[in-house]
Design a protein around this ligand. Structure first.
Ligand code: BGC
Ligand code: BGC
Length: 827
């Protein structure tokens, strides 16, 4: 219904019709665009626009991802911008270093500046998510994630981090970062909470200005957007941190006043600081998608708040507006979007947009306004005169800039400032480095876990310490300082020491995640898996005092772990400089305290696992100092959550269906037998399942086919909506072993109700795998969509079939982004 309304009525009317989405621009804060009128700039912009064809103008409005666009495409379509998404690296590699980025930047620069066709040369904007340092580059300094930085309450530190990040980005030839995120997360079940500085709008507002000034330089100084700075992006406008239940890309069901008071807080300071771009949010406000909300984008942001920069869209987010698709969305441009991010959909979007400009659906004046905004940003950033990316000053010696000692020292200081001490009973901390110290827990020597998502890969998964040259794990930092002071330290993740230690530091916490992959139904930390708690308790039972160091993007309910340990440190996601933790936890060799705790909670710490329970366990601003000598009494150990949680992303765990799912064998005759057991055979003997040991006894299932018509299937108790995951390039990952493969007819499928399914052939992929070895085989969810699955209603999230004589053993089936082999979608 809404789709039809929106596409045939002027948008303002549709919105004004509903009181919940009525907008009153005069109630919003104003801001001041800090650039004086500049006739010379306007002259250049107008001159260029006068020379451009309508095709060239439309090209400026589109941003394509480097995995789906070539320099030749840029030359031909005169695109305005490219981006490298979280999983997009030069040549499709898993990770990239400065040299590879520079080569890619040069190739695209040359294409954009090529004047062979006699057309005006317009330099490209090249955007990347440098959100905690230049995190898509091997060897870069990885700063603590934003939820950690909030605790430091130090805008000057943020400014310096911005400047250091900008320099590292410029050293790779890239000119634009999609940062800072100035969301004000109100429900930390939201997986992106760690990208926000604080739940407190005041703190976000201070940091917003500081980060924009750090990245771009200060307006009115010679440093502003010089060749050591980058274009910043304030994101995501608006209400990304206010969605119901903390759902990513969800709906903020709140009043206009809450939108103003809480979520808009960071925008006026960013605009006052001259932020050149703002990214619209995937989310909705009271049911209306932000990318189509003209009242907020144009009347509030561009008019009331005087934002004269360029308003860019998020990853195919325009396609979610009713009446739009990824390749067609005049509504968004007409609502005020200047550039749309169309990673893999750019060509279709270009063609439709061009047709819509020609037919007048998108007015020429709107097109010219968008182009002018884009060109002004390019002029202000000096891109017309900057020259070849690799020839620019910082890019000539990227190794002197990227991961430089000065940047690493700054990051290490940021780690020290952002740690928050929640408990220190008996004054266990600071530790004497001359003692015997054990560093245990899965986070003890795991740089990827310290860094979280948006680290080398989109999700920050699939990495090991070798991927982080120059970085240091928390455990390695402690060992280094203890050794230097004459003590003994060892790392043993499982807690099995060689000599009984005087004290143990247990480092543990969340696995990395990004965007909706991190959304939670409640604030339980690893429901159903208590091995970190048990490790702390075991060490304590041996009479060893324990310091718990918790790595997480957000506060979670860990009262049991806090009770079990003598001291508890919230370390958030500290990034590459793990030694910053040792700096604060350890005394100096001569017994001094070199660095006290400094952090004060920028997010309140919950009392139960139910969100929003007041009062919190530890309020905003809480954080102990060494001089506090406070004893924390035992905390209540009632989580408030009953029953197990159903996961949308895990289907088969250790050979068994995950909670909320059942498994069956379907015979060639169509009859079903339960496979929620160790072994089973269909009545017609077409498929036989038996238990096999992989990591543990009977933790996997061997499936042996005698008919290609039989299949193994996992059913969900209620249908799953996997649409978001599909847009985000998520894979269905099966951990399997090929035991026998006589033919190439194996397939994996999703079921979506009667007669609805999508099957993808596994034949060629499995044929390429070594037999008898465990491998993770990933199938992009979009392949299932292309094969006919309705991703909104998946009731069978996994089906597996194969020809007679095939035997496959399956250990795990889950959504993920990391696999040994990724199946190519058939075209
Ligand atoms: C995210 C943005 C990000 C963009 C490009 C989107 O999915 O929401 O924050 O800048 O992708 O990677
Ligand atoms: C992310 C991109 C990422 C992509 C993976 C998007 O949702 O924002 O940065 O590369 O998914 O396909």
């Amino acid at each position: 219904m809404l789709a039809a309304t929106l596409s045939c009525l002027p948008l303002a009317v549709a919105i004004a019709g509903s009181p919940a989405t009525a907008v009153h621009p005069d109630r919003w804060p104003s801001a001041h665009w800090p650039f004086p009128a500049d006739p010379a700039l306007e002259h250049k912009v107008a001159g260029l626009i006068a020379k451009m064809t309508v095709e060239e103008k439309v090209g400026q409005l589109i941003q394509a991802d480097i995995l789906s666009v070539t320099p030749d495409d840029v030359r031909k379509y005169h695109l305005g911008a490219i981006l490298a998404g979280g999983n997009s690296k030069p040549g499709g590699a898993l990770t990239a270093d400065a040299k590879q980025w520079l080569a890619l930047s040069d190739a695209f620069y040359r294409a954009a500046m090529d004047r062979h066709d006699g057309r005006p040369a317009i330099p490209l904007l090249f955007g990347i998510d440098a959100v905690h340092g230049h995190n898509n580059t091997v060897g870069a300094t990885l700063f603590p994630q934003n939820s950690a930085l909030g605790n430091a309450r130090d805008p000057e530190l943020i400014r310096q981090i911005g400047a250091a990040t900008a320099a590292e980005v410029r050293a790779t030839g890239i000119n634009w970062t999609f940062a800072p995120t100035i969301a004000v997360p109100q429900d930390v079940r939201w997986g992106r909470s760690y990208e926000g500085y604080s739940q407190d709008p005041k703190l976000v507002a201070e940091y917003s200005r500081a980060m924009v000034e750090g990245l771009q330089g200060r307006v009115g100084t010679p440093q502003f957007l010089d060749n050591a700075h980058v274009i910043a992006t304030a994101k995501h406008f608006l209400g990304d941190g206010g969605t119901k239940d903390g759902k990513d890309q969800g709906d903020a069901e709140i009043s206009e006043q809450q939108l103003i008071d809480i979520h808009a807080a960071g925008y006026p300071p960013a605009i006052d600081a001259g932020v050149q771009t703002i990214m619209a949010s995937f989310s909705s406000w009271n049911g209306v998608k932000m990318h189509g909300n003209k009242a907020l984008l144009t009347d509030v942001l561009k008019q009331r708040m005087d934002f004269q920069g360029l308003l860019v869209g998020d990853w195919n987010a325009h396609g979610q507006i009713p009446g739009c698709s990824n390749t067609d969305c005049p509504i968004a441009y007409n609502a005020g979007m200047d550039m749309l991010m169309a990673p893999d959909s750019w060509k279709g979007l270009y063609e439709h947009t061009l047709a819509e400009v020609k037919s007048g659906t998108i007015p020429m004046a709107r097109l010219d306004d968008a182009v002018a905004r884009i060109l002004r940003v390019k002029f202000r950033a000096g891109l017309f005169t900057a020259g070849l990316p690799s020839a620019q000053p910082l890019a000539r010696h990227p190794d002197r800039v990227i991961g430089s000692p000065a940047h690493r020292a700054l990051a290490r200081r940021a780690v020290r400032e952002s740690l928050v001490l929640l408990k220190n009973n008996g004054g266990l901390l600071p530790l004497d480095p001359r003692k015997r110290i054990l560093v245990a827990g899965e986070g003890a020597d795991n740089i990827s876990r310290q860094c979280g998502g948006w680290t080398l890969t989109w999700q920050g998964t699939g990495l090991n310490n070798k991927d982080f040259p120059g970085a240091q794990s928390i455990g390695a930092g402690i060992v280094a300082q203890v050794k230097a002071a004459g003590g003994h330290a060892e790392i043993a993740t499982d807690g099995h020491y060689t000599h009984k230690p005087d004290v143990a530091v247990v480092v543990f916490g969340e696995d990395p995640y990004a965007e909706f992959q991190g959304d939670l139904p409640n604030l339980l930390y690893r429901p159903g898996d208590d091995h970190d708690l048990e490790l702390i308790r075991q060490l304590k039972a041996q009479g060893i005092p324990v310091v718990a160091v918790f790595l997480s993007g957000r506060p979670l309910w860990v009262n049991r772990e806090i009770n079990a340990a003598d001291a508890f440190v919230a370390a958030w996601l500290p990034g590459s400089e793990g030694e910053g933790v040792a700096d604060v936890l350890l005394r100096t060799r001569d017994g001094r305290i070199a660095h006290d705790f400094h952090g004060r909670l920028a997010y309140a710490w919950p009392r139960t696992a139910l969100p929003g329970q007041a009062p919190p366990q530890f309020p905003l601003g809480y954080g102990l100092r060494y001089a506090d000598h406070a004893t924390l009494p035992p905390l209540p150990e009632v989580s408030g959550i009953h029953g197990e949680q159903v996961s949308v992303g895990n289907y088969l765990e250790r050979g068994k269906p995950a909670h909320g799912y059942t498994a069956s064998l379907v015979g060639a005759d169509g009859d079903l037998v339960s496979a929620d057991v160790s072994s089973a055979t269909t009545g017609d003997h077409s498929l036989r399942m038996s238990a096999i040991d992989f990591h543990a006894q009977e933790d996997s299932r061997r499936l042996a086919w005698t008919s290609a018509r039989a299949r193994f299937t996992v059913q969900a108790r209620s249908p799953l909506d996997l649409d978001r995951q599909t847009n985000g390039d998520v894979l269905l990952v099966t951990t399997l072993r090929v035991d026998a493969l006589p033919g190439a007819d194996a397939w994996v499928g999703l079921g979506c109700g009667h007669g609805c399914q999508g099957r993808v052939s596994l034949g060629p992929t499995l044929a390429g795998l070594p037999q008898g070895q465990w491998k993770r085989v990933g199938v992009p969810l979009k392949c299932f969509r292309a094969a006919g699955a309705d991703m909104h209603h998946i009731d069978r999230p996994f089906e597996l079939g194969a020809g007679a004589g095939t035997a496959l053993t399956v250990f795990r089936v889950a959504l993920g982004t990391d696999a040994d082999q990724v199946v190519r979608c058939p075209r």
